[in-house]
Design a protein around this ligand. Structure first.
Ligand SMILES: [Zn+2]
Length: 173
């Protein structure tokens, strides 16, 4: 069973799936067991809370903001921004950027701009980079930079540096 809030004809709507199987079948994509919610085009999809592997301190609230931020980013940027920035913005708006002091540097062979969901460190690096970004730019400035996605792939967010140099500079501050 699926609960739908809003209607499919609305611009944005929220669906709550009663179990992982229903969610997977309805969306036609493989969903890793740690997923609690995801954005799918203009829809925020939740898995019913009793199936979450780990509890969420604010229940659905932060996740709703996080996934709505993805919906807005999808509408504005499409696939034009790197994954770490998409996650970083969603985490920022949902208040999920935690302390990044203990996060180590990505290994040399890792291209930060290309990190995807298969990498278990994606969310930590997203948090680290977002922390670095917001220490030198306003959120409006970051969104303006995101309009020109090349700023994030070719250069670092802190100036004419690679992402790795940007993180190093941030950590040394
Ligand atoms: Zn996300």
């Amino acid at each position: 069973m699926i609960k739908i809030y809003g209607a499919e004809s609305y611009r944005w709507y929220v669906k709550v799936f009663s179990c992982p199987d229903t969610m997977q079948k309805a969306l036609g994509v493989n969903i890793p067991p740690w997923v609690k919610a995801l954005s799918f085009r203009n829809c925020v999809c939740f898995l019913e809370q009793s199936y979450w592997l780990e509890p969420e301190p604010n229940g659905y609230d932060d996740l709703l903001v996080h996934e709505c931020a993805h919906c807005l980013a999808n509408a504005r940027y499409g696939k034009g921004i790197p994954r770490w920035l998409d996650e970083g913005l969603a985490m920022y708006f949902a208040g999920q950027i935690g302390s990044t002091e203990a996060i180590g540097m990505p290994p040399q062979e890792k291209d930060i701009a290309c990190i995807g969901y298969e990498d278990p460190m994606l969310y930590r690096y997203s948090s680290l980079l977002m922390d670095a970004l917001t220490s030198v730019r306003s959120i409006g400035g970051i969104l303006a930079l995101a309009d020109d996605a090349e700023n994030f792939s070719a250069h670092g967010p802190l100036g004419d540096k690679t992402l790795r140099e940007s993180i190093t500079a941030f950590k040394e501050k």
